[in-house]
Design a protein. Structure first.
Length: 316
């Protein structure tokens, strides 16, 4: 099979088909999304080497359980050891020995085929097209915010960042009826939020600092400092960004204003799939362009552009 392998630089390599282990399925990748995490890995984040990629929709071609054959699926990205206290308490995504699809010690999905435990798989409803299904993993990460913190309709909420993650966080949080403002640097991206009646502002033009909750999803290493400036005393700051940079911000405001800081990573797939199935969330307009696998170099060049949102690779 053809695969994109990262080892100091990204290259296309012909590789043997993955050999599923007991409890795993072999999946033919249909569509894969390029995530900011992939771009950060290529700059040194996580020191990963191997097949890159973790956002996908595919079709099961081999599995021990006949139920899974020919099912169209998306897959959770964390594989725990199954034996530690975290795994036994349903927190395998925090297993100290976990492997992470295309991110940590596990081959990813920028390939014609991948393997995954069937316990990680979720069937994609027929009403959800591939172009939406490829968003399930990042949409689940946005849903995680509401798993960790209750956002009430009376709350004033800010999302810092108008990119892919900021867009889905805004769409998910808008379901709560909260008073939301999304801050970004790109008028064209902010305009995509207008149909959802979400207030938007260019980040440089506002000095508001009385938000109950601020979601930092800028993908910028300076984002935490900017977000802290907008939270009111005893408010909550939820951090979604991960970057290859090491940044030590001035944390005095956390103490002085008694802020609550919550790190938020991966999330539950079921609520994300339901949002798409019930048409409560719209994401197709966030797909900037899809490239055939043969044009992967152009796809990554496009993904690096500031004006781009989701760039996908069509593996079919």
């Amino acid at each position: 099979m053809k695969a994109l392998v990262f080892n100091r630089h990204l290259q296309e390599i012909e590789m043997p088909l993955p050999q599923p282990r007991s409890g795993e399925a072999l999946i033919r990748i249909r569509l894969a999304g390029i995530c900011n995490t992939d771009l950060e890995i290529m700059k040194g984040y996580m020191a990963f080497q191997g097949i890159l990629g973790h956002e996908f929709v595919g079709e099961v071609v081999s599995a021990e359980e006949q139920y899974w054959l020919n099912k169209r699926v998306a897959g959770e990205i964390n594989m725990g050891c199954g034996e530690c206290s975290y795994c036994l308490n349903g927190l395998s995504r925090h297993c100290q020995n976990r492997q992470v699809l295309g991110i940590q010690a596990y081959p990813g999905v920028f390939a014609e085929y991948c393997r995954l435990p069937v316990s990680n798989l979720h069937v994609v409803p027929e009403s959800v097209p591939d172009e939406e299904a490829v968003w399930i993993e990042p949409l689940a990460a946005a849903c995680e915010i509401l798993e960790q913190f209750t956002v009430h309709s009376h709350m004033k909420v800010a999302v810092i960042g108008d990119g892919k993650l900021g867009q889905v966080c805004a769409r998910v949080l808008s379901q709560t009826g909260c008073r939301m403002t999304v801050y970004g640097k790109h008028p064209g991206k902010l305009k995509l939020l207008e149909p959802f009646n979400i207030r938007t502002e260019l980040v440089k033009k506002s000095t508001e600092s009385d938000f109950d909750v601020v979601i930092e999803a800028s993908g910028n290493p300076e984002g935490l400092q900017a977000a802290m400036m907008r939270v009111k005393p005893r408010g909550t700051l939820i951090l979604k960004s991960t970057t290859h940079h090491t940044v030590i911000p001035n944390l005095n405001p956390l103490v002085i204003h008694e802020l609550q800081l919550i790190g938020s990573r991966c999330g539950p797939f079921e609520p994300a799939i339901q949002l798409l199935e019930k048409k409560r969330i719209s994401v197709q307009e966030l797909n900037t362009k899809t490239f055939p696998f043969a044009d992967w170099k152009r796809a990554f060049e496009e993904a690096e552009k500031k004006e781009s949102l989701k760039i996908c690779l069509d593996m079919r």
